[in-house]
Design a protein around this ligand. Sequence first.
Ligand SMILES: [Fe+2]
Ligand SMILES: [Fe+2]
Length: 163
Amino acid sequence: MNIISKTSKDKLIATINYLNENTRFLQNKNFIQHGTTSIYDHVISVALKSIEIAEKYNLNVDYASLIRGALLHDYFLYDWHKPHKYKFIHGFTHPRCAYHNAKSELDLNEIEKDIIIKHMFPLTIIPPKYLEGWIVTAADKIVTVRESVRSKVKKPIHLGADI
Ligand SMILES: [Fe+2]
Ligand SMILES: [Fe+2]
């Protein structure tokens, strides 16, 4: 359970709705990230965790960029579990793929770009440049561990709105 302010929750829901209506973001529902969790649910969990970290420690961040970067960090739009030539390097290559997909549909600022491209640090060697990138990188790892060990029963994410 993530405890976040109503302001951030409203901002998150508005951003998800915008992406649903204006990009291929909904396609993330078709792909599994870890266990039984879709990419769609995964990136929302990462956005929630990122907001929670920023608010808990009263960090001075750009919430709009933090949320957009978190929601788009795994926007690679393919099933990475299916056998293919580059499956073994998915961990290294998918941030750039996500960035190119997002960039083709949206104007990304430097913080959002940094979040998406650097979120696999330290697997990918270059660390995030901005605090927002460090937060999403940490949130992604926390959420990934939770999703990987959680039971196979799918637990939907409730934001209190239909998204
Ligand atoms: Fe990722
Ligand atoms: Fe992720």
